[in-house]
Design a protein around this ligand. Sequence first.
Ligand SMILES: [Zn+2]
Length: 118
Amino acid sequence: MVPMHELGIASSILESVQKEAVRHPGAHISKVGVKIGELAGVDRDALQFGFEVLVKDTELEPLALELELIPRVQRCSKCAYEFRMTDFDPRCPLCGDLATQCISGEELDIAYMEIDDS
Ligand SMILES: [Zn+2]
């Protein structure tokens, strides 16, 4: 069983691949790279598995999915220092300020597609 959440994400990735495939008649999209933020709440194994299930026996096969994990990064609003947040401690390691903002880690975007037009 693939969790519904991951299955929905896998199917929306496939929708984008299909749209792109229409723009490149005669070519085959062989790989799609997706950026997943640490905070996006996605189980990468489940997503990978759900993706394989959906691609199997379709005209999109073979199609690989490459997931890139984007770590959570905070930026200090006082000194503009950017740091990787760990242990749920948002404090700026440079100046100790607590007013830091999350600037990455929530993404769920298609980064690239590899098109094989031979
Ligand atoms: Zn700071």
